[in-house]
Write a protein that binds this ligand. Sequence first.
Ligand SMILES: [Zn+2]
Length: 115
Amino acid sequence: MFTRDEFNLTKSKYSKAVKKHSIILAVGSVMSGLFSLQLLKWCDDKFTPNIRILISLITFFIFLTIVFLLYLKLKKITNETAPKCPECSKPMIGEALRISSATGKCENCGGSVIG
Ligand SMILES: [Zn+2]
C-alpha cells in the first residue's frame, strides 16, 4: 500500500517517463518519415522504375519497423513505470490511475492502494 506521497511520487515519475517516450515516438516517426521521403526523392532520377518501387517498399517497411519498435518501447515503459496495485499487481494506467488517485482503491480488484 502506498502513502499519498509515495503514490504521487510514483505517478509523477510515470508521467515524466511516458511524456519523454511519447516525444521520442513522435519525433522518431516524423524524422524517419522525412528521411524516407528525402531518400525516395533522391532515388527518382537515379534508378529505373522497378528499382525505385523496390527501394520504396524497403524504405516503407523500415519506417514501419522504426515506428513499431518505438511504440513497443513506449508501451513497455508505460507498463513498467505505472504505479501497480499492491493487491493484484496490475499497472494503473489512464482512467484506472485517475480513479485510484481520487478514491484510493484499485479499479481492477477494489483493494486499497493508498493508505
Ligand atoms: Zn488491484
